[in-house]
Design a protein around this ligand. Structure first.
Ligand code: IMP
Ligand code: MG
Length: 176
């Protein structure tokens, strides 16, 4: 079995899209301080590029949570491997995720973080696969809406590989 990556969005297209998202966020928050929470590990490329374009005072924290093992099918249950370092009560929070697929991960993260009384909480995802949604979840800022294909690159992995690709591509498995 061979794996082939077919480019879907170039590094340039991704960067342009991220600037657009940052402009929406800058407009929404003005000079209000924003606490940006990255969902490890998939969001890190997106988060670093996005926050470079934010103009309000920004603080960062990370949570490691997900519903994927080493495969491509969501297990449905959320595991929190690393919690936030800091409390979020009274902070305006923006949770940054690589992709919304079934919606299970973000809806569980939303529930968990909302219970900690932030001043506000919004969600941002670089990619959205709406065809696979199982749980309805509000994502205020979305980059690209994509069909039901497994994608890698720009932080997204398959069995922890491909995260460092500078572009996003769909992964195809070919029988030799
Ligand atoms: P959800 O809980 O099904 O919405 O899954 C969200 C998580 O699944 C994301 O944070 C990704 O880590 C992972 N995921 C979903 N779709 C893909 C994909 O196409 N490529 C790589 N990871 C994916
Ligand atoms: Mg993830």
């Amino acid at each position: 079995m061979r794996e082939v990556v077919h480019e879907m969005f170039s590094e340039e297209q991704i960067k342009e899209k991220i600037v657009e998202i940052a402009e929406q966020i800058n407009k929404k928050y003005g000079n209000e301080a924003l606490h940006v929470i990255g969902v490890l590990k998939g969001s890190i490329f997106f988060l670093t590029e996005l926050t470079k374009h934010l103009t309000m005072p920004v603080t960062l924290d990370f949570i490691a949570a997900g519903s994927y093992g080493d495969g491509t099918v969501s297990s449905g249950s959320l595991s929190v491997d690393k919690d936030l370092d800091d409390e979020i009560d009274d902070l305006h929070c923006l949770v940054v995720e690589d992709i919304v697929d079934t919606g299970n991960t973000l809806s569980k993260i939303r529930k968990m973080l909302t219970a900690r009384n932030p001043a506000s909480i919004e969600f941002c995802a670089l990619l959205d696969k709406p065809d696979r949604r199982e749980t309805q979840v509000d994502v205020e800022y979305t980059g690209f809406v994509i069909p039901d294909e497994f994608v890698v690159g720009y932080g997204l992995d398959y069995a922890q590989r491909y995260r460092n690709l500078p572009y996003i591509g769909s992964l195809e498995w070919i029988e030799d």
